[in-house]
Design a protein around this ligand. Structure first.
Ligand code: NAD
Length: 295
């Protein structure tokens, strides 16, 4: 297929490369020329605007930082909707708030284009390996149409429901993950401060009712597990800044729909404090350092 791709950052670049590897012809755009050049070297053609990247393609994918960038790229004068032909399906894989996802999809529909929100989990490793999970919001017909292409960038492709529900799935999962990581940090810190060995405590939790992904797969306490960010100074993994972004999106969505997110708000504030201390570049499990005494 002829595919347009806008947003060639940490996630977008490897995703676009996987589409090239699958044999598609790609027209790409990014505001950073270096990112465009890297994709050109891999065989893509470059466009001078989102509108041009979207013209003469059969499908368009965007992978942008957040909601304002998505609005700009789709709705501005030189945006996707000013260049794309009616009938071309649009996929936004950025993590943004569900309200913006629905607003942009409505504008696209009025222009004659179906649009799916398809945020991902799996990080840069998953983007490179083509093993991402896609959480797709949009009609079932659109889901069936785009699933084969998403499968060339991911392994697990899930239809979550109508427009916006892909973003809902993504931010609700990360809301829970942000809270559970803080819960595990608190329990691990208290236990070790009270004298129990960290590995023994983690072993008990992981075979008891406190068990969760943050405790048994991604434990934040150093020395408990190998091959997790806690074992390598909290480098790699999922950045605390990205967790802060997702928690803030969840809070914004909760505010608009007047839903309580009591623990989520506390978690967001803890990540905000952590980030303001200059630690936003570390893996999000480093939040345990808010509890631990400095050596
Ligand atoms: P990134 O900042 O590395 O990449 C975003 C790209 O968009 C950049 O190349 C930037 O130049 C480009 N861009 C910004 N404004 C633009 C515009 N107006 N027109 C064209 N290009 C523009 O971010 P990323 O890590 O690739 O993440 C992309 C999205 O995926 C985010 O919404 C993020 O929350 C989500 N996500 C990231 C990860 C991760 O591990 N990095 C994991 C899951 C989901």
């Amino acid at each position: 297929m002829k595919i347009g791709f806008v947003g060639l950052g940490h996630m977008g670049a490897p995703m676009a490369r996987n589409l090239l590897k699958a044999g598609h012809s790609l027209t790409v755009f990014d505001v950073v020329q270096l990112n465009v050049d890297a994709l050109k070297a891999a065989g893509a053609s470059a466009a001078i605007s989102p509108a041009r990247a979207a013209s003469e393609v059969e499908l368009l994918v965007t992978m942008l930082p957040s909601s304002p960038h998505v609005k700009t790229v789709y709705l501005d004068q030189d945006g996707v909707l000013s260049g794309v032909a009616r009938g071309v399906t649009l996929i936004d894989s950025s993590t943004i708030d569900p309200h913006t996802a629905r607003e942009v999809a409505d504008r696209a529909a009025r222009h004659g284009n179906s649009m799916a929100d398809a945020p991902v989990s799996g990080g840069t490793g998953g983007a490179e390996a083509g093993t991402l999970t896609f959480m797709v919001g949009g009609s079932f017909e659109v889901f069936e149409q785009i699933a084969p292409v998403l499968r060339q960038m991911g392994k697990n492709i899930v239809h979550c429901g109508e427009s916006g529900t892909g973003q809902v799935a993504k931010i609700c999962n990360n809301l829970l993950l942000g809270i559970s990581m803080i819960g595990v940090s608190e329990a691990m810190n208290l236990g070790t401060a009270l004298g129990i060995d960290a590995k023994v405590l983690a072993g008990i939790i992981n075979t008891s009712s406190g068990r969760c992904w943050s405790s048994d797969t991604y434990n934040p306490y150093p020395g408990v597990m190998d091959n997790v960010p806690a074992a390598r100074g909290y480098t790699g993994g999922f950045g605390a800044e990205l967790m802060l972004k997702d928690l803030t999106l969840a809070l914004d969505a909760a505010k608009l729909s007047k839903q309580p997110v009591v623990l989520g708000a506390l978690a967001q504030q803890l990540y905000q404090m952590f980030s303001s201390q200059g630690a936003g570049g570390q893996d999000f499990s480093a939040i345990i350092n808010l509890y631990r005494q400095k050596p």
